[in-house]
Design a binder for this molecule. Structure first.
Ligand code: ADP
Ligand code: MG
Length: 249
């Protein structure tokens, strides 16, 4: 990927309102959230459990629609689209990582990473080449033929990150990708996400306050369905373990 202009917005969410349930039992998950993320930014979203982080992420990922508000992705209005259109935008532009790795247990790391390319109709030799390339980027090319159960948690999550970017998305969204990992493994996963950002990708990660110090250049804090803080942060140090070098985590 070539480096994009940092000034162009990748994500423009305006006045997003999301309410679950009925009028009697309404849960106000988003109470008017506006967020602009520019291309090439690395943003951490923090906040207590139930503050609306996952709801926001699902909206940004086009997995869920808001009740009110506008959403532009790369300058294009993405509300009021058909499911097919949304799937096409997701597949071509967005890489998603969740807390659970969601790898197919009976398939090798390589086959798991290839999967999105199968759906895109890419031929086998090309699939393998591209899957190996991203596995190398996350430091796991030598584990390509291992099953998920033969990998550590941190390695499994890095396979999941490789799978998320094998289609070369401009935007990577991750919802607590380190939630199931110990400190060392968390560092290796956050290191990979930083590297993806270094390649010019826009990265938005829901994570814990204690993880962001050496990680994100911008921290957005949510509370009770609202953004209550949005602060720049100087990244003090590289994470201890940065993927390619961190084969053990
Ligand atoms: P976080 O990720 O910050 O923990 P969530 O976005 O998951 O917060 O949840 C925000 C609020 O919305 C919570 O009160 C949660 O219980 C509620 N909520 C989330 N998803 C649903 C749903 N599908 N149906 C009903 N309520 C939901
Ligand atoms: Mg959540």
């Amino acid at each position: 990927m070539t480096a994009p202009f940092v000034s162009a917005p990748a994500i423009q969410l305006r006045g997003a309102v999301k309410t679950y349930g009925t009028a009697h039992s309404a849960v106000h998950a988003l109470r008017g959230v506006s967020l602009t993320v520019r291309r090439g930014e690395l943003v951490a979203i923090v906040g207590a459990s139930g503050s609306g982080k996952s709801t926001l992420m699902n909206v940004l990922a086009l997995l869920d629609d808001v009740n009110r508000g506008s959403y532009r992705l790369d300058g294009v209005d993405v509300r009021h689209r058909t499911e097919d259109e949304l799937a096409e935008i997701r597949n071509s532009r967005i890489g998603l990582v969740f807390q659970a790795f969601n790898l197919l247990p009976g398939s090798s790391a390589l086959r798991n990473v290839e999967l999105p390319l199968v759906y895109s109709g890419v031929r086998r030799a090309e699939r393998e080449r591209r899957a190996l390339e991203v596995l190398e980027m996350v430091g796991l090319d030598r584990r390509a033929h291992h099953l998920p159960a033969e990998l550590s948690g941190g390695e499994q999550q890095r396979v999941a990150v490789a799978r998320a970017v094998v289609n070369d998305p401009a935007i990577v969204l991750a919802d607590e990708p380190t939630g199931n990992l110990d400190t060392v493994a968390s560092g290796s996963v956050l290191g990979v996400l930083r590297r993806l950002n270094g390649q010019g990708r826009t990265v938005v990660v829901i994570t814990h306050e204690h993880d962001v110090a050496a990680f994100a250049s911008r921290v957005v804090e949510m509370r009770d369905g609202r953004i209550v803080a949005d602060r720049p942060q100087s990244v003090s140090a590289a994470p201890s373990c940065t993927g390619a070098g961190g084969r053990t985590a």
